[in-house]
Ligand binder design. Structure first.
Ligand code: PLP
Length: 375
């Protein structure tokens, strides 16, 4: 059997990884400024992470959601404290798309309505409702296109109120900083306006923190820069440092009932230990602080880069927007300089999503390579 060929692949085979580096079968070292698509938060194969997961799999890796699992309770308590989202409740699933799928479904249950408002260049995943609210016609199949969705321009509060006032909208879903789209972010007035309008018209404000959460921007969540209280916060990616896990934080205004949501694998013992370890290491190693410090250094170094239009994003969720498409540059960074970076829907944006353990010296290595390619 061959693989269903949906991914264009770089011809590189990582076989081991350590902190900010991955190594191929010839032990060639690559600097990872991509984090496996914003997934690696506390560094590859962090010793505490390896130890805790090994120990847990030796005890019990999985049972089901029909028994007591104190690890889920411990995780909810720790996440509340570390994130500052104390009053929220936690539902666990397995991926970012699944988190948004559950968020949208819950918003629809809660409000009794079904239309969703999302934004231009937004990305929310590839499952049924999540892909329907994603602004990319190429990945929406006819079966997904049945959902009622309106895509608005980022920043357009006037159209948002016009639409919400018809009273058929269950949710407004937004990434406070866009990931796949190319790192665009609107203003405080806009995000705080969404918050107010959702409350006024009884729609749920869903903050998609799948990519921007768990410290990637230097805040635990990107929305925390603003004075907003989302009804639902979706999480995944950096949450498990590579272990497949996702979830939603649900505001206490939305009430749970038996059977409302459910999953077989979500919240299994191994996933809980992975996330508990991520939270432990984020705190112990002060990785949010490191994120801010390294980010400041990155921005300083970026001042001297030729043909660079601007740097977008926050913390270690960054995009370098050039005056030209970056595909060739990205290839040269990988093959010639052994540095992984990311691309975006905007073809001129090179994305930087390293493990949050990265140091200034690694950023210097990147800029030396980048400038040598551009001069
Ligand atoms: N939401 C955002 C903001 C994302 O960036 C992604 C993935 O890139 C998703 C949702 C979907 O997550 P997953 O690929 O885990 O389903």
């Amino acid at each position: 059997m061959s693989l269903f060929n949906v991914y264009p692949l770089f011809d590189i085979t990582p076989v081991t990884a350590k902190d900010v580096f991955v190594y191929d079968e010839n032990n060639c070292q690559y600097l990872d400024l991509y984090g496996g698509h914003a997934v690696i938060s506390i560094g590859h194969s962090h010793p505490t992470y390896v130890k805790n997961i090994q120990e847990q799999v030796g005890k019990i890796g999985f049972y089901s959601n029909s028994i007591q699992n104190p690890l889920q309770v411990a995780l909810a308590e720790k996440l509340a404290r570390v994130s500052g989202c104390n009053s929220y409740e936690l539902f666990l699933c397995n991926s970012g798309a699944e988190a948004n799928e559950n968020a949208l479904k819950l918003a629809s249950f809660h409000t009794g309505k079904k239309k969703v408002i999302a934004f231009k260049n937004g990305f929310h995943g590839r499952t049924s409702a999540a892909v329907a609210v994603t602004d990319n016609a190429k990945i929406i199949a006819p079966i997904n296109a049945q959902q009622e969705v309106e895509i608005l321009a980022l920043g357009d509060l006037e159209s948002l109120e016009k639409s919400l006032s018809k009273n058929d909208v269950c949710a407004v879903i937004i990434e406070c900083i866009q990931g796949v789209g190319g790192l665009d972010e609107s203003t405080a007035v806009f995000y705080e306006g969404i918050d107010k309008l959702c409350k006024k018209y009884n729609a749920c404000f869903i903050a998609d923190e799948v990519q921007s959460g768990f410290g990637r921007t230097g805040d635990f969540f990107a929305f925390q820069k603003y004075n907003v209280t989302p009804d639902i916060i979706s999480i995944a990616k950096g949450m498990g440092n590579g272990f497949p896990v996702g979830g939603i934080l649900v505001h206490p205004n939305i009430k749970a009932s038996f059977g409302l949501l459910g999953t077989t694998f979500g919240g299994n013992h191994l996933a809980c230990v992975a996330v508990l370890t991520v939270l432990e290491v984020l705190e112990k190693e002060r990785l949010l602080q490191n994120t801010l410090e390294v980010s400041t250094h990155f921005l300083r170094r970026a001042l001297n880069v030729p043909r660079l239009k601007m740097v977008k994003g926050r913390g270690l969720m960054l995009g370098l927007e050039f005056e030209f498409p970056i595909a060739e540059l990205r290839k040269n960074l990988i093959y010639k300089h052994k540095i992984f970076t990311g691309s975006a829907k905007n073809p001129n944006v090179l994305r930087i999503l390293p493990p949050l353990t990265i140091k200034k010296s690694h950023i210097d290595t990147f800029f030396e390579a980048l400038i040598s390619e551009l001069s």
